[in-house]
Structures are given as structure tokens and as C-alpha cells.
Write a protein that binds this ligand. Structure first.
Ligand code: HEM
Ligand code: ISQ
Length: 154
């Protein structure tokens, strides 16, 4: 399916809004993951020993931001090239990190839902089906690339 200029713009614009408050939205993103799948907590090394989600964990923030940025980058590529190009080394690295952490396919739906909920929280009335659709498409492509890499590694 084609990815339109409008969709690309929607993804970029919404990230511009969320990036104004990284501490807030990275925490929200992460909290949503745990709300949907509490057991996922144990996958994350920076959480394993804590009772609650750490409010100012640099790793959590950096990783959460990266998920958003990579999804944005995927949207740009889908629009420009009609496919996703992630540097092979990046993909291999992410494939191995997730495989080693014990991440499995169904987790990708959890993270997707958490990402969409975070967008909804951040965008308020600017959130709509079009925005959701654009992010969903970009995320699905990126997730597929990582899942495929994970399968080649094990
Ligand atoms: C780590 C991105 C999906 C769980 C990471 C890192 C990035 C990332 C950039 C940091 C790697 C590093 O520098 O160490 C993504 C993207 C995803 C995705 C772009 C989907 C498109 C998932 C899913 C799960 C997950 C579905 C399962 C809940 C983890 C875990 C780590 C990690 C457990 C290691 C954290 C740690 O212990 O340090 N991810 N991720 N990720 N991700 Fe994801
Ligand atoms: C790593 N991978 C996927 C999603 C994440 C969200 C918050 C922090 C780290 C993450």
C-alpha cells in the first residue's frame, strides 16, 4: 500500500509535538507497555530490580525516543522509496538485542498499542484515524523488519 505525502506530514507533525516533552511521553509510552502486558517488565534490564517505572531513567528515555524517531524515519522512507531501508548493522543490532532480551512476536502488537495510546495522549484533539493509520503503517513496516531479522538470527 502506498504511503502518502499527507501521512508523512502527519507523522512528522505529531512527533514534533511529542518531542516537546520527552520525559513525560517516554514514561507514558513505557507505562502503557506495562499496563497492557505487565509481564513485559522483566524483559527490560533497567527495570528488573525496581518496583515501579523509574521516573528519570536515561536508558528508558533514550530507547523510547529512538522507537519514535525510527518510526518517523520509516514513514519518510515509505513515502520516498516505498520501502523501508534501515542500515543492515542497525537492524542486526536491534534484532540481536530483542532476541537476547526474550522479545517475541506478539510483543510487537503491545508496543504498537502503547505507542498509539501515547500519541493519543500527546495530541489530544489532533489525534484522529488518519494519524493513527499513518503511524500504524510505519510502525508495522519497521516491526516486520526487526522481526524478520530476529528470525534470521536464531
Ligand atoms: C531495546 C527499539 C520493539 C523490548 C531497544 C533499543 C531500541 C529499541 C533502539 C535500545 C537498544 C540499545 O541500544 O541497547 C525498538 C523498536 C521496536 C522495538 C524500533 C519496534 C518497531 C520492542 C518490543 C519489545 C521491546 C516489541 C517487547 C516488549 C526491548 C527490550 C530492550 C529493547 C527488552 C532491551 C532494553 C534493556 O534491557 O536495556 N529497543 N524496539 N522492543 N527493546 Fe525494543
Ligand atoms: C524499547 N523497545 C521498545 C519500546 C521501548 C519503550 C520504552 C523504552 C524502551 C523501549
Amino acid at each position: 500500500i502506498e504511503f502518502t505525502e499527507k501521512q508523512e506530514a502527519l507523522v512528522k507533525e505529531s512527533w514534533e509535538i511529542l518531542r516537546q516533552d520527552i520525559p513525560k511521553y517516554s514514561l507514558h509510552f513505557f507505562s502503557q507497555i506495562l499496563e497492557i502486558a505487565p509481564a513485559a517488565k522483566n524483559l527490560f534490564s533497567f527495570l528488573r530490580d525496581s518496583d515501579e517505572v523509574p521516573h528519570n531513567n536515561p536508558k528508558l528515555k533514550a530507547h523510547a525516543v529512538k522507537v519514535f524517531k525510527m518510526t518517523c524515519e520509516t514513514a519518510i522512507q515509505l513515502r520516498e522509496k516505498g520501502k523501508v531501508v534501515v542500515a543492515n548493522t542497525t537492524l542486526q543490532y536491534l534484532g540481536s538485542v530483542h532476541l537476547k532480551s526474550g522479545v517475541i512476536d506478539p510483543h510487537f502488537e503491545v508496543v504498537k498499542e502503547a505507542l498509539l495510546r501515547t500519541l493519543k495522549e500527546g495530541l489530544g484533539e489532533k489525534y484522529n484515524e488518519e494519524v493513527e493509520g499513518a503511524w500504524s503503517q510505519a510502525y508495522d513496516h519497521l516491526a516486520l523488519a526487526i522481526k524478520t531479522e530476529m528470525k534470521q538470527e536464531d
